[in-house]
Design a protein around this ligand. Structure first.
Ligand code: OGA
Ligand code: NI
Length: 378
């Protein structure tokens, strides 16, 4: 379809009535942009109250960037561990998000991960489309929006989702082009998994569930389940957008897992809800943005909260991010830690597992925090 025809769809505000236009949307945002659209098609236009500059209900939009708390990974591993664990607790309680600096992952590995992601999205559509699937459970899925089967309004994002469990089984299904994608993601996933495990140890310590692991190596069997946990790597591409105030790169959502480690390029776009406002997270080069997911909120019985976040797009630059989502094994039950429940602190969440989350996700439009809400005991 020519740019003129796609733009015609924009101008005539076609609302899914034309099948051929609907098929174009299913091919993703990168494809639309490569075709040369000059406006945002109606499929992507949010209702005015949900647009990025609108104050939605009680959530106004801050015009100042937010500096997230900074957690120093080296400090966590050293003699100031208890100080760093305290900072971690505060960050998880007050923000649900933090920057992680001084982690051991080499800079070239990180830069290469962003670079190979860019090169994947720059491949011709025919190459990318080999991995296209609308099956939400597929271990490899190239797609667009969140749930492109159900989302009424699409978001301005294309994604490549790579399940990492177990690596040897899934690897043959990962894209074979660019040629260095598989080794780059394998290397990246192993490094982020290790980092996640060490962070999780500190988080359990911050909740008072584990004792100082540097002093008592044998008492921490509780970590074993995390070691066998699940990992998903999602490469996100937010192409530059001709009318960025009408749409979002990701709609407000919380992450379902235990922790997410997010790598972003130098372009800002991530916004989180904080103190009654949507605020843009100021990028900190070389750091990871780490956030509490739904499973950690449940596990901590609500002490740490899985905060809603969204992604803005812009008209100047395409933005790339790589999310590494970690949780317990797929078959595990997630429940509030018994060590955090007593008469004064009754259990606040029902048990949950991945299967129920995936059923929920496949069956409906991705809406805000609704899954977590459904797990709350009232
Ligand atoms: C996510 C996410 C934010 C970003 O992948 O869940 O929130 O900036 N990503 O890409
Ligand atoms: Ni997220």
């Amino acid at each position: 379809m020519s740019p003129a025809m796609i733009n015609l769809a924009v101008e005539s505000e076609t609302k899914g009535g034309d099948d051929s236009i609907e098929i174009e949307f299913q091919k993703g945002v990168k494809h639309l942009c490569d075709k040369g659209i000059t406006g945002v098609p109606s499929k992507y236009i949010l209702p005015v109250p949900d647009q990025p500059k609108s104050s939605n209900g009680t959530w106004s939009v801050s015009n100042r960037n937010l500096k997230l708390p900074v957690i120093d990974f080296a400090e966590l591993q050293g003699s100031s561990r208890s100080h760093a664990v305290n900072s971690l607790r505060k960050a998880c309680e007050e923000f649900g998000f933090f920057h992680l600096v001084n982690h051991d992952i080499p800079r070239d590995l990180i830069e290469n991960m962003i670079d190979v992601s860019k090169r994947f999205f720059d491949l011709p559509f025919e190459e990318r489309s080999k991995y296209m699937s609308t099956e939400m459970r597929s271990p490899v899925r190239y797609g667009t929006s969140f749930n492109q089967n159900k989302d009424e309004v699409f978001c301005w994002r294309d994604l490549l989702k790579l399940s990492c469990n177990p690596l040897s089984d899934v690897l043959p299904f990962w894209p074979s082009s660019p040629a260095d994608l598989r080794p780059a993601v394998v290397n990246y996933s192993k490094n982020t998994k290790l980092l996640y495990l060490m962070l999780t140890e500190a988080i359990l310590e911050s909740l008072g569930i584990l004792v100082d692991s540097k002093k008592n190596e044998n008492e921490n069997d509780g970590l074993r389940e995390f070691e066998n946990g699940s990992q998903l790597i999602v490469l996100n591409c937010y192409p530059k957008c001709p009318e960025p105030d009408l749409t979002l790169g990701m709609h407000p959502h919380s992450d379902y897992g235990f922790l997410t480690l997010l790598l972003q390029d130098e372009v800002e776009g991530l916004q989180i809800q904080h103190e009654g406002r949507w605020v843009t997270v100021e990028p900190l080069p070389g750091s990871f943005v780490v956030n509490v997911g739904d499973h950690l909120e449940i596990f901590s019985n609500g002490r740490y909260s899985s905060v809603l976040h969204r992604v803005l797009v812009n008209s100047a630059k395409t933005r790339i991010s790589v999310a590494s989502l970690h949780s317990l094994p797929f078959e595990s039950t997630v429940q509030p830690s018994p060590k955090l429940i007593d008469e004064a602190n009754p259990r606040r969440y029902k048990d949950t597992n991945f299967a129920s989350f995936l059923d929920y996700m496949s069956s409906r439009e991705h809406k805000k925090k609704s899954f977590l809400e459904s797990r709350k005991l009232t």
